[in-house]
Design a protein around this ligand. Sequence first.
Ligand SMILES: [Zn+2]
Length: 166
Amino acid sequence: MAQKVNIVSRSQWGAAAPRQKETLKGSAKRVVIHHTALPSCNGLKECTDRLVSIQRGHMNEKGFDDIGYNFLVGGDGTVYEGRGWGVVGAHVKGNNHDSLGIAFMGNFNNDTPSTEAISSVKQLLRSGVSQGFLQREFVLLGHRDLGSTECPGGKLYAALPQLRGT
Ligand SMILES: [Zn+2]
């Protein structure tokens, strides 16, 4: 049974329009998990403020066309639309064209991801598969598997098997 994930849309969090948008060719083969490496947030108000500032940083300082990730999740398990489904992200250099990037909001070098966030992302992935945005046999990776970075933090990296399970 496909559970419907509630996603806070771009317009709901006040996203700026992307400068450009590139469509993914076919369904994504890989999912790359990140952390924002910023303080965690809970609740719409706090997470929305954070999202606006992340998008601003990605577009103005990093020169991305939009917020880099496809989705983000708050500590309370609320999922926020970044670039969304079917869009090429800017989250892992050289690996953006067949993958989706999902960021846990917080710094998980020392903090443990909440069970709410883990369970929402699992639902999100399931819903991506059922809608055809994600291949059924997708590969789940942490950013550090593809580049020299500590992202998504040791504690979140250690929790990735929980996201793989069904
Ligand atoms: Zn990352």
